[in-house]
Each structure stands twice: as structure tokens, then as C-alpha cells.
Write a protein that binds this ligand. Structure first.
Ligand SMILES: *Cc1c(COP(=O)(O)O)cnc(C)c1O
Length: 330
């Protein structure tokens, strides 16, 4: 377990010149609480268990896989990490780099919010703003990669999936029996990791509810087309789900293991975030609200399942003010 990790609560804007902690015991992620949610159970008419990934220091489950990948690359001699995510993946890389004392560069497009840039900068990473859209920032990031640099992909890398799989190892170790897992899908890294965790614990028959929002439903589109397809664009408030195409692995899993694809509205996702804030006193992004909304608003989809594990994946890029504005607009 990860006792003695650098306390993230000590993070301040880098301009306030305090020394942030470096050096750490492995692994980089925390073992998160697993709680039976009375409010979500009452709302959905079945037992709902929450794996509270929102409590990971960089704000989401991403540190599990990103941390595992960064440790692997550090052990193999890499001296610099590069990311092109202005979201939770970039934050996780920045956090991992700080704890491993390895410099991090995060390339983001001009559309990236000040809040996201500041959160990444607070972890001591260099934030490079390049281009009008993500593709340009990503190309610049890739162009900066040399022999000593590891590029950390946000969702499409077996190293990430192996790290994300620890979320299931922890649940199994707790002794909890569950008959379905609910998670949200962007590029499908969490999905692939949870599938790996279920498989390595002999639970490959447990169905996964793969939740996306209407504007980000790239897995649902591929399942419907019967082939891996790329959306022309993504839209809506669940920006952390905004991959135009899921990984090959995610699509393959949708054809080879039990998977229920669910698409919810932005209004559902925003409303779930607000209810979750009241119910569990934890602020999460609409990307996470999408998964939570299965219990709050779409429990009919869970018919036949009695003990459901929801991965409360978290997300650090939103604020109460923004959630309130979204909710008011629906
Ligand atoms: C990245 C992210 C997701 C989606 O994960 P993928 O691995 O891209 O499917 C969901 N929720 C949050 C909060 C995220 O940061």
C-alpha cells in the first residue's frame, strides 16, 4: 500500500515557492475507498458499490495506469515524460513525474482552460500551448520525443491497462461480490483495464456497462457499425470522454466479452454530478457523472443485477460553478 506518498494537499501554485515532495514508495496510486452507497442504492433499487477513484491525488483513476507506465519507463532509463492531454491524463503524468523526479512536458492546444493548465503546472510540469486543436498539440508533442523520452498515451497502451486493472484487484481483495461493473468510456483505457482486472481475477463473465454521452459515443458507434469507426467530431460537456475513436482493444473487447453499451445525455451526466456532490460530498466531472447516472436515472438498464460496482472515475477539471451553470442550462 501507498503509505508515505507525497501529500497532494501540499500542492500550491508553483509561483508560491514551496518545495513539493518527490520520492515515493511504489505504486504511485492510492488504494481507494470502496463504499456501499445508500443514496445510489435507494435511487436505483439495488445495492450500488462505489470505487472512489475521484480521491486519487491527481483527481482520477488515470494515475493507476499512467503511474504504472511512468514507473516502467523510469526503470528502463527514460529521463523525460511527454503528454498531450490537457485533462486528467496530463495531470496524472505531471503528478507521476513529480514523484519520480522526472521532468514532464504537457503539450496542449489553445482551447485548454486556464484551470487545467494551472493544475498541471502546479505539479511542476512544463505546459506548452501549441495549435488551435488537439491534433496540432499532439503532433508537436510527438515531434519532441527523443530516445530518452517516454510519450505517455492517455488510453491506448497495454502498460496503462495493466495499471488500471489494479482497481479490480482491490475490489476483489476486499471480498466484495458484485454481478456487474459500470464505468465510463472515452478512448476505452479504463474499460480495457477493468476487463483485464476482471479476467485476471477469474471474473471474465461479469458484464461491463460501458457508458458514454451522446456527443462522445465512439464505442457505441463502432458497436453499431460492427467495425471500429471514427466520429467526425465530439461534443458536449463530458470532455474527458471526447476520443473520436476508441482503441482497437476496446472495440475487440466489446465483441469478445459481455458488454452493455449505454449512451446518456449531458443533462443526465450534469445532474448526476450535482446529486453525487450532495450525496457523497465529492465533486466529479460529467465524464464520471455519465456512469453515475446509470444508478440515478437509468436503473432500468440494470434490471437483473443486484450488486453493482460503479467505478467513480472522478476528474479534476470541473468546478461547482460550472456544474451549476450546466444544470441551469438544461
Ligand atoms: C480519461 C477519463 C475517462 C475515460 O477514460 P478512457 O480510458 O479514455 O476511456 C473517464 N472519466 C474521467 C474522469 C477521465 O479522466
Amino acid at each position: 500500500m501507498a503509505s508515505g506518498l507525497a501529500p497532494a494537499a501540499l500542492c500550491r501554485p508553483a509561483t508560491i515557492n514551496i518545495a513539493l515532495s518527490t520520492g515515493h514508495p511504489m505504486p504511485l496510486h492510492l488504494e481507494t475507498p470502496l463504499i456501499e452507497s445508500v443514496p445510489l442504492s435507494l435511487a436505483s433499487g439495488r445495492s450500488i458499490f462505489l470505487k472512489m477513484e475521484a480521491l486519487q491525488p491527481p483527481g482520477s483513476f488515470k494515475i493507476r495506469g499512467v503511474g504504472a507506465a511512468c514507473e516502467h519507463h523510469a526503470q528502463n532509463g527514460k529521463r523525460r515524460f511527454v503528454s498531450s492531454s490537457g485533462g486528467n491524463a496530463g495531470m496524472a503524468v505531471a503528478y507521476a513525474g513529480r514523484l519520480l523526479s522526472i521532468p514532464v512536458s504537457v503539450f496542449v492546444p489553445e482551447t485548454t482552460t486556464e484551470r487545467a493548465k494551472s493544475l498541471i503546472g502546479q505539479q511542476g510540469a512544463e505546459v506548452i500551448v501549441h495549435g488551435a486543436a488537439w491534433d496540432e498539440a499532439n503532433a508537436e508533442a510527438l515531434a519532441s520525443v527523443d530516445a530518452e523520452t517516454a510519450f505517455i498515451h492517455p488510453f491506448d497502451d497495454p502498460l496503462l491497462w495493466t495499471g488500471h486493472a489494479t482497481v479490480i484487484d482491490e475490489v476483489v481483495r476486499s471480498g466484495l461480490a458484485f454481478d456487474a461493473v459500470v464505468l465510463s468510456v472515452g478512448g476505452g483505457g479504463l474499460f480495457a483495464g477493468v476487463a483485464e482486472g476482471l479476467r485476471r481475477n477469474g471474473l471474465q463473465q461479469v458484464p461491463i456497462f460501458a457508458v458514454e454521452t451522446e456527443g462522445t459515443a465512439s464505442l457505441a458507434a463502432s458497436i453499431e457499425a460492427g467495425a471500429l469507426v471514427e466520429l467526425a467530431s465530439v461534443s458536449g460537456i463530458a470532455t474527458s470522454l471526447g476520443a473520436r475513436k476508441v482503441s482497437d482493444r476496446a472495440f475487440e473487447l466489446s465483441r469478445t466479452r459481455p458488454v452493455e453499451s449505454v449512451v446518456v445525455s449531458d443533462a443526465d451526466a450534469a445532474s448526476a454530478c450535482m446529486r453525487f456532490l450532495d450525496d457523497h460530498r465529492v465533486l466529479v466531472e460529467p465524464a464520471c457523472g455519465a456512469a453515475l447516472s446509470l444508478a440515478y436515472a437509468h436503473a432500468d438498464r440494470l434490471a437483473g443485477y443486484e450488486r453493482v460496482l460503479i467505478i467513480a472515475c472522478g476528474g479534476a477539471t470541473t468546478t461547482v460553478e460550472r456544474l451549476q451553470a450546466w444544470q441551469a442550462s438544461y
